[in-house]
Ligand binder design. Structure first.
Ligand code: ZN
Length: 495
């Protein structure tokens, strides 16, 4: 199984058709090709845990690489002590399947397995530092191929030079993962190999289009920039060819992504502003003096200073500023994330400092929902909220045992290019901090559909699957090994 993280299926179709991805094109022509529905429809960050557990976020409770912890009242990285999830390949390993797993996102530190597993190496969404099983692999790999390139995403819009350096690092990362995989194929006679290439993911965020480009570019530079993503996909295709030749006799080969990429539609930076307007409060005023001083410093300057710090300090600062003293949270807690807008209620008997009564829950759902639908982009007069999902509707009751947000906001699927100000007739204006461009410097952001190409025994291109979903992948693997899928997996085998 080879993942091209967040590879966009429309690009896969375009670049297999024009032969830019010759190896993938061959597989696509003779095997199954399908787009995949995913849990990213409402939770962009949920796809890897959904894949690895075969459960949607409302069941496994993991929906983002940092998420709200109600016991601590903080946004934190998921960890085994509060979100104990076990990926299906570790379960298969205990059932006698020999595995070789290379750097899948959202994986906790490696455990002893039947075979080999590497985690937290170059993946963007690492939940723990680099870990290798068996431990001796670390020195073997670093002495042969050097240290893995560390992928650090620059925050905000950056220079052409910085983005060119990032592109080269993304290409180097493909090479590293390719080398490690080829080495492990030689060393471990695995029944199941799963490898992830993270470069198509970060590449898609940063090279989707030139809307976040700070510099004026020459025609050659424009061409270079616009070719970057294709170059990354093509390098993954080259790696695919090498891995295919190294494995030779596979029974099945999957190449897949769990969600896709399109123009950035993330408006969650104004989530807090919108909540404040609807509830008639001022979070800035009520926030601690430190946060007030921080917010008075221009964002571009803050980004510059942050970018100069080591990644672990950057991580620490991100979490530090997102979290407040208990007394500073009101009834409603907006949680700024990478795409959809998440709102958690500060509910009594659920959150550590809960102040909202159960009897007020429905009122707040209604107030926020109605208020949010009234906000429009001041230039285009279009609404900015496409849809809102309530956790209560998913579970059928107020979710006391759940970690997912109480309200999930899906923004309209239009790029942020002309974003400046948002206005609600009833509640007033909310200002966008960086008029006309994204705050995070990402020109691309996630789309909910992934893709899957399958080649192998009994597979040909006449097989058409209906409504294939990422939750179906793990059950399919169990079936291929003739094993019963765990009862809590909600998907079904695809073939
Ligand atoms: Zn992403």
């Amino acid at each position: 199984m080879i993942a091209w993280d967040s590879a966009e299926h429309t690009l896969i179709e375009k670049w297999t058709n024009d032969r830019s991805l010759p190896n993938l094109n061959k597989l696509k022509k003779r095997g199954i090709y399908e787009t995949l529905g995913s849990t990213a429809e409402w939770f962009a960050g949920s796809v890897w845990p959904a894949f690895s557990t075969g459960m949607p976020p409302e069941k496994n409770n993991v929906y983002n690489h940092i998420q709200w912890n109600p016991q601590e009242m903080k946004t934190l990285k998921p960890s085994p002590d509060w979100l104990p999830v076990k990926p299906f390949w570790r379960d298969l390993s205990t059932r006698g399947i020999k595995i070789c797993v290379v750097d899948l996102p959202f994986t906790y530190e490696t455990e002893p397995v039947n075979g080999a597993e590497l985690a937290g190496i170059s993946t963007l969404e690492n939940l723990a530092g680099p870990s290798y099983y068996p431990g001796t692999l670390k020195s073997v790999i670093t002495s042969k191929f050097g240290k893995p390139p560390s992928l650090i995403e620059p925050y905000g819009c950056v220079s052409y030079k910085a983005l060119t350096e990032l592109r080269d690092k993304l290409l180097k990362t493909v090479e590293h993962i390719e080398n490690v995989t080829l080495e492990l194929i030689k060393r471990v006679e695995a029944d199941l190999i799963i490898v992830n290439f993270p470069s198509t993911h970060l590449g898609g965020h940063r090279f989707w289009n030139r809307s976040c480009m700070k510099d004026t570019l020459s025609d050659i530079e424009k061409h270079e920039f616009e070719n970057s993503l294709k170059l990354i996909y093509a390098r993954c295709d080259e790696a695919l060819g090498k891995i295919q030749s190294a494995i030779k006799n596979y029974s099945h080969l999957f190449v897949f992504s769990l969600h896709g990429m399109g123009p950035n539609t993330n408006r969650s930076q104004i989530l807090e502003g919108m909540v404040d307007k609807v509830l008639g409060r001022d979070s800035q005023k009520n926030s601690g003096i430190l946060l007030q001083i921080r917010n008075s410093i221009p964002l571009t300057f803050r980004n510059k200073v942050k970018a100069m710090m080591p990644p672990n300090i950057q991580d620490f600062l991100t979490l530090f500023w997102r979290n407040k003293p208990l007394s500073d949270y009101g009834e409603i807690i907006p949680i700024e994330m990478d795409l959809q807008g998440f709102i958690r209620f500060n509910l009594k008997n659920r959150e550590k400092g809960g102040i909202l009564n159960e009897s007020e829950y429905d009122d707040y759902c209604l107030k926020i929902t109605e208020g949010f639908y009234g906000f429009k982009n001041i230039e285009t007069d279009n609404s900015i909220v496409q849809d809102i999902l309530l956790a209560k509707d998913i579970y059928g009751e107020i979710p006391y045992d759940s970690y997912i947000p109480d309200i999930i906001v899906k923004w309209v699927q239009t790029p942020i290019d002309n974003t400046n100000k948002f206005v609600s007739e009833k509640f007033g204006e909310v200002q966008w901090t960086t008029p006309g461009i994204t705050v995070d410097g990402r020109s691309g952001n996630h789309m909910p559909e992934g893709f899957m190409i399958v080649d192998g025994k009994g597979i040909d291109n006449s097989i058409k699957l209906s409504n294939a979903h990422i939750l179906d992948i793990a059950p399919t693997i169990y079936k291929l090994f003739d094993l019963q899928k765990p009862a809590n997996m909600t998907g079904r085998p695809l073939f």
